[in-house]
Design a protein around this ligand. Structure first.
Ligand code: CUA
Length: 340
């Protein structure tokens, strides 16, 4: 093997070894029951298939050695018959049984894991997620319409409480994937799918659309916040409040511009005249870590850049460029910053 070939062979292994297996978007670092089950079966398959691979390579090496040594044939066997080789026949029989046993083990375990993924624990939290090109609408149903939380691109979950996520799509097929919590589930137009998750670790996680759904498929991410039940209740209560109208100044002017321009034709801000639902609900925009479905962090500069040139940030996005003067843009951003 040349030095270049050796380097090419070793690089991915080195990268794999050096890369941390911990993170906010990896199935190798489970943060919930379902992902832990998937992690278990993944490791089992790795060991079983790894052992099989080593055995196959071992036998191949043995066969090559035997062929090289050469064995004088006494007489060529009659057509349809081979020389009896008891050792070889015994090992072939053993090998076949090993393969059957390995397959039965993997099929049984994968059946059991599959069943466990669909199980929901007691009193699950209901979350509805609707995929759009290219963002996630997130709803928490309540007893009354006034008790329903609507947000976007961010899912809050109380730790140690099972949740059932209802998955729908508004346009094309998407796939919901928060690898630290569970596997992938498709969101299919005209169909409702369900996913059970039971988060077990506090902290932020990240999810991503895992089915090619158009130009901005790669920028269709979402944040998952796993928090204490108290923090979750506080978040829920805050999300239910309408936005307070700014008393005056640039923020009040920004609100006026927002309501009277095309912004208000797509977005909803509870407590304002903007009440549409074509785009993400912005009532509590500043409580979210990212904008444009994970495309940018939620900072003043990124908000301004996104509004000034949506196609520059996410080419193909249905969000149009709203012609605003520099001053109006600045005031609209100031208004958005009041939406805590
Ligand atoms: Cu939505 Cu890919």
């Amino acid at each position: 093997m040349s030095r270049a070939a050796r380097a090419a062979w070793a690089t991915p292994w080195l990268a794999f070894g050096l890369s941390s297996c911990r993170g906010v978007q990896t199935m190798l670092d489970p943060a919930g029951d379902q992902a832990a089950h998937i992690g278990d079966i993944w490791r089992l398959m790795l060991w079983v298939c790894g052992a099989m691979y080593l055995l196959v390579m071992g036998f191949l090496g043995w066969a090559l050695l035997r062929a090289r040594r050469g064995r004088p044939e006494a007489e060529p066997p009659a057509a349809g018959h081979t020389h009896a080789e008891p050792l070889l026949e015994r090992s072939l029989r053993g090998w076949a049984s090993l393969i059957v046993a390995g397959l039965i083990l993997l099929v049984t375990v994968s059946f059991l894991v599959d069943r466990s993924l669909a199980e929901t624990g007691p009193d699950p939290l209901q979350v509805k997620v609707t995929a759009h090109q290219w963002w996630w609408e997130v709803e928490y149903p309540g007893k009354t319409p006034q008790d329903q939380v609507v947000t976007a691109n961010e899912i809050h979950l109380p730790v140690n409480r099972p949740a059932v996520i209802e998955l729908k799509s508004q346009d094309v097929i998407h796939s919901f994937w928060a690898p630290n919590l569970s596997g992938k589930t498709d969101l299919i137009p005209g169909r409702t799918n369900y996913m059970a998750v039971t988060p077990r670790r506090l902290g932020p996680l990240r999810g991503q659309c895992a089915e090619f759904c158009g130009l901005q498929h790669a920028q269709m991410a979402f944040d998952v916040v796993v928090e204490t039940p108290q923090a979750f209740d506080a978040w829920r209560a805050a999300q239910l409040k309408a936005a307070e109208a700014p008393g005056g100044g640039p923020e009040a002017h920004g609100k006026q511009v927002f309501e009277q321009s095309a912004c208000g034709l797509c977005h909803n801000v509870q407590g304002s005249e903007a009440g549409a639902s074509n785009g993400p609900d912005l009532t509590h925009l500043m409580s979210r870590a990212h904008i444009a479905a994970g495309a940018r962090p939620n900072t003043r500069a990124d908000l301004a850049a996104w509004i000034a040139d949506p196609q520059g940030v996410k080419p193909g996005t249905p969000m149009p460029r709203v012609p605003l003067s520099a001053n109006d843009l600045k005031d609209v951003v100031s208004y958005l910053e009041t939406l805590k």
